[in-house]
Design a protein around this ligand. Structure first.
Ligand SMILES: [Zn+2]
Length: 135
């Protein structure tokens, strides 16, 4: 098994925020995201990535790095003290699907879908299914 990080960043991409538009580019290398700031959507002309959205993304990457610096045992200990009800009241986790999974079993890998549009927010938490794992 490869060296596991606490958080692994899997997908990097952009979607158009216009609900009536389905433009997406699911594969943009981290270093190239900045080039998409204030670019118009090729399909509908909406702004693909505002400066604020980009800053949200950078903030998220900083958080991911910080969490990966924490020893996994320490992290599990921290997680065991989290009150899911308190989390629900946090703007980051408001209305998130699958929040209970976070506290159910700290050793179970979870997939988080994070939205960086407008404000940084977790959209969805789902279990990582075996077949989901890369080869
Ligand atoms: Zn669009």
């Amino acid at each position: 098994m490869k060296d596991k990080k606490n958080i692994e960043f899997k997908e990097n991409g952009l979607v158009c925020d216009n609900t009536e538009c389905d433009w997406e580019n699911p594969n943009i290398p981290d270093g190239e995201l900045e080039q998409w700031i204030d670019v118009e959507c090729p399909k509908c002309g909406d702004n693909i990535l505002t400066k604020q959205d980009y800053l949200n993304y950078k903030l998220m990457m900083v958080i991911v790095d910080e969490i990966n610096d924490i020893d996994p045992n320490t992290l599990a200990e921290m997680a065991s003290k989290i009150d899911p009800k308190a989390l629900k009241d946090h703007p980051l986790f408001e209305d998130v699907e699958g929040l209970e999974l976070l506290v159910e079993d700290p050793n179970k890998p979870l997939k988080m879908t994070i939205n960086t549009h407008g404000t940084l927010k977790v959209d969805k938490i789902t279990p990582v299914v075996e077949t989901d794992e890369e080869e």
